[in-house]
Design a protein around this ligand. Structure first.
Ligand SMILES: Cc1cc2nc3c(=O)[nH]c(=O)nc-3n(C[C@H](O)[C@H](O)[C@H](O)COP(=O)(O)OP(=O)(O)OC[C@H]3O[C@@H](n4cnc5c(N)ncnc54)[C@H](O)[C@@H]3O)c2cc1C
Length: 612
């Protein structure tokens, strides 16, 4: 059988359904694996198999057309080839993803929209759907846009599954909607898209306590409970910074408005008014904080950071900006400016510390000899340091960062300073995070495709983030919040607390119930707990960080987001999924029928789903 040649990147890049089908038939006839990669935003194991000559790997970057089937005043019907990206993927390995070819821009140009988007829009349409991804809404869901799938099963047979079908075809639709590539290769998706809309919203950052507009941990006390808030708000997501003494919540919310000719775009600025500088500074600080035990690994981890810094210096356009970028985002910065930004933020943060300014402060005592040695050893100190202890410490920390960026790791005090900083961090974490997460309200308004994916501006390279995301029936939101709060508190011990919270945030958002059998929102509105881990940290979140949350939230019958980190692939977790997903057994039966030779079944999925 003729198949298209494998590309130099190891992937096949079919451009027609026939070419795609031939690849599946080829894999079927030889009993070899075939896996498709979308934009690669899921954990690696969820996408590809073990590799090797015998695995066919497919990317659909040449299979991206959008065909207009019907156009009406208030809706349209489109057929979208599976490789089409929702928005632009800045780091698409084939470098073919553009705004112009994206589904969202093609819809928006003709006055239409999807009902919902996730926090980013870098995904392909089929990759996004295959793991059950969604944005934060109990009111709107992209499922409302889905009319049908065309997919090729493991024998090469083409199926069409319509949302409004009955009987077996209905089952096919409900099974393939979230299927992680295990039932077949999705070739095309038919969508009914609605009239375009804009969003108007705000983000309020407050403490998690009495000044929060929502009763986060209770049933409502004049303020709405969190469940009520999630139900009443069109689109929302909360970013929880649960660190010791910090306890902040950023509540992003937006509602739809009809477009008007005089609508003025005011983009959401997740990283403040100087997003590029804040992004460079934040990425650098997190990389250092995440590797304080061994700074020698940091220079290699700063490769992308340096490229971005150089990119900004050379005035390259911001890769993460929406088609109508904010002009401030193109500004260029030097290392000195990034470090100065951090020094200012750290010094201001330390000035807020309750006891550091006191002569008898234990932290002051602990740092004395070392800081004096550092000030003596680093030239020009006299010209740069103010007298106050916070100024000195802020300056020393900035110098430490500069030394690491310069690769001056042999400077005798570098690792000593890092060890000292690590010791103080549990007590200073709120001062450090305060640089990036300040209290207050910001407002924004934008078109749907730029406004809804609020995290598009968090660059994938500067902020590589790992996630585990656990979906829990919405009724249990309050209980889950209390369990998390109590766990995060570490019984009041700052060191235990920091080990449990980490230095990053935890995202909280809802999803509307889904008809798809394997969706973690199957038949139930859900509350989602998405735990972040900065990807350049030392250590492995799968063993060092996430198990605590899997154990803590197991009793709430969570269902996992299939594109993110999963608990270990053992029989007890597979049994858990079978218990909490009532149609999983049907899904597995259908899988065995549609893919009798298991060409789509990798060890990863066999292990996690308990498939023999
Ligand atoms: C920074 C970041 C932010 C995110 N934000 C959100 C969010 O807000 N909400 C949310 O729910 N999720 C979110 N995610 C998760 C993300 O939406 C999912 O991982 C999604 O599946 C990625 O889509 P992709 O195009 O990259 O597909 P991939 O990750 O490449 O693939 C996903 C799965 O689909 C399969 N697949 C891809 N194409 C096909 C096809 N044509 N036929 C059959 N199978 C196919 C793959 O084999 C794989 O199993 C985020 C992830 C990241 C990294």
């Amino acid at each position: 059988m003729d198949i298209i040649e494998r590309g130099g990147d190891g992937f096949h890049h079919p451009s027609t359904q026939d070419e795609l089908r031939a690849l599946v038939r080829f894999a079927h006839d030889r009993g070899i694996k075939l896996r498709v990669m979308g934009s690669g935003h899921s954990v690696a194991g969820a996408i590809l198999g073990a590799g090797g000559e015998d695995e066919i790997r497919v990317m659909l970057d040449r299979y991206v057309a959008v065909t207009w089937v019907e156009e009406h005043d208030d809706y349209a019907v489109v057929d979208v080839q599976a490789g089409c990206h929702l928005g632009r993927a800045p780091y698409d390995p084939t470098e073919s993803s553009t705004w112009a070819s994206s589904l969202n821009v093609q819809l928006q140009r003709k006055g239409y929209a999807l009902d919902d988007l996730g926090g980013i829009s870098h995904q392909t349409v089929s990759g996004f759907l295959s793991t059950g991804s969604s944005g934060g809404s109990l009111t709107f869901s992209v499922e409302d846009n889905l009319l049908g799938f065309t997919f090729i099963d493991g024998t090469g047979k083409v199926h069409r599954a319509r949302a409004d079908a009955e009987g077996e075809e209905r089952d096919l639709f409900d099974a393939v909607g979230v299927s992680m590539g295990l039932l077949g290769v999705i070739s095309e998706v038919r969508l009914r898209v609605r009239k375009t809309f804009n969003v108007v919203g705000k983000q309020v950052t407050s403490s998690t306590g009495a000044d929060c507009a929502v009763d986060l941990f209770g049933a409502g006390d004049g303020r709405p409970s969190l469940t009520q808030y999630l139900r009443d708000t069109g689109y929302t997501r909360l970013m929880w910074w649960p660190q010791h003494d910090f306890g902040r919540i950023q509540m992003w919310e937006a509602n739809r408005v009809d477009p008007t000719p005089d609508f003025e775009v005011k983009p959401y600025l997740e990283l403040g008014r100087m997003p590029r500088l804040a992004s460079l500074a934040g990425s650098l600080l997190y990389t250092i904080i995440g590797n304080l035990d061994d700074l020698s690994v940091v220079p290699d981890k700063l490769v992308n950071w340096r490229r971005h810094l150089e990119g900004s210096l050379e005035g390259e356009p911001d890769p993460d900006a929406c088609p109508h970028p904010d002009p401030s985002r193109g500004t260029a910065y030097s290392v000195g400016e990034v470090v100065a930004y951090l020094q200012k933020g750290l010094t201001a943060g330390l000035k807020r510390h309750p006891t550091l300014g006191e002569e008898s402060s234990p932290a002051r005592e602990r740092s004395k000899g070392l800081i004096e040695a550092a000030v003596d050893a680093i030239e020009d100190a006299a010209h740069e340091v103010g007298d106050a202890i916070e100024d000195v410490l802020g300056w020393v920390l900035a110098k430490l960062i500069e030394l690491v960026v310069d690769g001056a790791l042999t400077f005798p005090l570098t690792q000593k300073l890092a060890d000292w900083f690590k010791g103080e961090l549990p007590d200073w974490i709120d001062e450090v995070l305060g640089i990036f997460v300040s209290e207050g309200t910001i407002t924004f308004q934008d078109c749907w495709m730029c406004g809804l994916p609020m995290d598009n501006q968090m660059d994938d390279q500067l902020w590589p983030t790992d996630f585990t995301e656990l979906w829990i029936p919405i009724e249990r939101t309050g209980e889950v919040m209390c369990a998390m709060r109590d766990w995060y508190s570490g019984d009041g011990d700052p060191e235990v607390a920091l080990a449990r919270t980490g230095t990053f945030s935890c995202e909280l958002y809802p999803a509307r119930k889904s008809r798809f059998w394997m969706s973690p929102a199957y038949d139930s509105d859900v509350f989602r707990v998405d735990v972040f881990w900065f990807g350049l940290n030392a250590g492995d979140p799968a063993t060092d960080f996430y198990p605590q949350f899997w154990e803590l939230l197991k009793r709430f019958d969570f269902r996992p987001h299939w594109g993110k980190y999963l608990p270990p692939p053992d029989a007890s977790w597979a049994a858990h999924y079978r218990r909490v997903l009532p149609r999983m057994a049907d899904f597995l039966t259908l899988r065995a029928k549609l893919d009798p030779k298991g060409i789509f079944l990798t060890d990863y999925w066999a292990g996690h789903l308990g498939i023999e």
